[in-house]
Ligand binder design. Structure first.
Ligand SMILES: C[S@@+](CC[C@H](N)C(=O)[O-])C[C@H]1O[C@@H](n2cnc3c(N)ncnc32)[C@H](O)[C@@H]1O
Length: 300
């Protein structure tokens, strides 16, 4: 049942955006007790973290609502033109990654969405359920943003591994650092294309980054250069999901998998989840956004 902190959040959203509130009630209204318990623990943790930053839970919800407004405006352009509005990485850098006024609410909003959106949450559960199969001594997070995947990886791989996060946005690095305070992580403010490698990594996570560049094959190849021959990477990316900094449009799952294979990777395990309760046929016919996640490797 939707109650406690999650209940407060859904109520708050419903007041400000009744249509979205209704959608959340429908999607979150009938989930497992396990989901409600983990959402409660997550939002408790979020509140502690945001208070430490001089913010609070309401700031997180307002950030989420602002992110939705941006996405809705982008959706209107997408519906009219069939394209994402942002055309170049340089534009995304100037307008978003290097703009703390936007980046701060964007990353807080995206962090909230990891528990409010069924498709984000299911992909994150898939990551948690499968990552334990892979051991790591050197873990790299590319474009970690808010830092939630990094936090989950550290819980599973434990304190003995080396952890590093690279992100082009100072705001993302500051947020991930604060979200993962007291954990030993090396943070690097860098474009992953310019990364100077000293030693390869045996596990790399790159969540929702390949749609942020003009050429996803090139960024996957850059990831491949940083990964050991028997290492594993976890990547996610959406289809049909307009956002202020999305550049490369994947129209369906096949286009994503073609890009993964063209970059020289094998797909070991994968999951894709639609953002709405639709069948695969309906999702493809109506171009409904989905989130795709896969564990990939350079060798079979
Ligand atoms: C949408 S966020 C993804 C956050 C998180 N990984 C997730 O899956 O929710 C994308 C992040 O990638 C970073 N990013 C985009 N292009 C990058 C690049 N070329 N090199 C490093 N970081 C990049 C952005 O600054 C942002 O923090």
């Amino acid at each position: 049942m939707i109650q406690n902190k999650l209940g407060y959040i859904v109520e708050y959203i419903s007041e400000k955006n009744p249509r979205h509130g209704k959608k959340l009630r429908k999607q979150l209204g009938n989930l497992s007790e396990e989901y409600y318990a983990s959402a409660e623990a997550f939002f408790d943790n979020y509140e502690r973290f945001s208070l430490k930053e001089g913010k609070n839970l309401d700031y997180g919800i307002d950030s989420y609502l602002k992110m939705l407004t941006d996405m809705f405006n982008e959706y209107l352009i997408f519906a009219r033109t069939g394209e994402y509005s942002c055309k170049s990485f340089d534009d995304a850098y100037k307008k978003v990654y290097n703009n703390p006024n936007i980046m701060e609410y964007y990353m807080h909003g995206l962090l909230m969405s990891q528990y409010l959106w069924k498709h984000h949450h299911e992909i994150s559960l898939f990551f948690e359920a499968s990552i334990g199969k892979y051991a790591t001594n050197r873990y790299l997070e590319i474009g970690g943003g808010h830092g939630l995947y990094l936090a989950k990886a550290m819980e599973i791989f434990g304190p003995d591994a080396y952890y590093e996060m690279v992100d082009i946005s100072k705001s993302s690095l500051e947020m991930a650092k604060s979200f993962n305070a007291e954990k030993k992580v090396t943070y690097k403010l860098q474009n992953i294309y310019n990364y100077e490698l000293e030693k390869q990594f045996d596990f790399i996570t790159m969540g929702e980054v390949i749609e942020h560049v003009e050429d996803p094959v090139s960024i996957l190849k850059a990831l491949g250069n940083l990964l050991t021959e028997d290492g594993t990477a976890f990547i996610t990316t959406p289809t049909n999901a307009p956002a202020i900094d999305h550049i490369y449009l994947f129209r369906n799952e096949k286009e994503i998998e073609d890009v993964i294979m063209d970059s020289g990777f094998y797909i070991k395990e994968k999951l894709s989840v639609y953002s709405e309760d639709v069948s695969k046929e309906e999702g493809e016919r109506r171009n409904i956004a989905l989130l795709y996640g896969a564990f990939i490797s350079k060798n079979k």
